[in-house]
Write a protein that binds this ligand. Sequence first.
Ligand code: PLP
Length: 415
Amino acid sequence: MSSNTASDRTRLWTKDMQKKHFADEAYIDTEINLSSRPAAGNEMKYLQQALDSGNLSALMGGKMTPLFEQNFARMLGCKHAVALNTCMSALHSAVIAAGAGAGSEVICDSVYIFGAMAVLYNNAIPVFIDVDETTHNMDPDRIEAAITERTKAIIVTHAWGLPAEMDRIMAVARKHDLMVIEDCAEAVLARYDGKYTGTWGDIGCFSFQASKQMSLGDGGMATMQDDAFYKAVANFALAPTFLSIAHTLDYNYRINELTAAVGLARLETLEKEIGRLLDNAGHFDQAVEGCDWITLQRGPEKAEHSFYYWAGNFIDTDNGPSLDEFTQALTESEAATLSVGYTKMAAYDHPLIKNRAAQAFTDPRNKDFESLYEAGRCPVAERIVPQIILGYTIAPDDTVKRDAEKLHEVIRKLS
Ligand SMILES: Cc1ncc(COP(=O)(O)O)c(C=O)c1O
């Protein structure tokens, strides 16, 4: 049979794209094959309502989007929520709302590249700071040394679903009058000190991309308490269309009513889904119990993980295997939900930054950034990223259980 059908071409294109973007090809199959979540609640009912209404956009009077926003804001206990098409759109809009353009700097953690990309979208300069070895999150003790007169904001990623130490981060930010943007793409319904991620900082950014805890195929949300930030995000991200007169350079980051309808349904089952992920993380926890060359990603007592991924650190010890031996044994075990090394590099080692492949790097208003990306700048991130162990808790329960047993067996053999 010819392989030249439209669907084959789409599939090939997707595979090629994934290969370009993923550091480890194992992730391609993990996330594509294991992230599937069929309708489990009112998805069809709300989709039907949206279709029957004939209004497929909130711009044209659709009701699903404002309802999705209201319910999301109510769930988190914040004043405003703006539904968007992706989390990157939310991050970009937040950077614009922070007023961080050319000549500005934004402090980012050094494991993730997303916040830094949003900063570069707006021609500002990302300044990476090191993470804590155990939490994989931004180390609050390192923020102050990175602040200059150009700093406008801090972007905090909650790694794998574990909240960063928001009380300490907010204290430094407030002292220096800096805006805080939370990247909650991996941390919906995570809590720190009883308060949800996305409600600690000035703007929270969420992702409903297909692999995330709440999958809508794609989608995003920006949350905020402050009316001025709400207006800023709504204005910059929801550019009007057709008869509009352009006053500012706005973007069209709108979500559509069908996605919002599915979002509305998935909000109703989200808490249950997070409960399932906690249980699945428990299987991986059990699998590594007693192993002295794997440590768990854990935060302070008050940090409640929402487990986009279960994560741990491989530790090079005298009596354990080498990283290569462990990785090879794990690969041979065919435990598809488990992988080692994430992107294998600190955020500033991505080609985007290394090759200065963004306009921000040629803008004369941006100064003194060369030393920000030198090797050794964030030694913890450089050391731990290549040895971070990830377990995809979102996969079907029996797959996670089986893979946890495989991990246990690998550990038993190598210890
Ligand atoms: C931490 C983090 N931030 C941002 C994003 C981007 O999300 P989206 O695909 O919704 O733009 C992701 C998605 O992978 C992510 O994991």
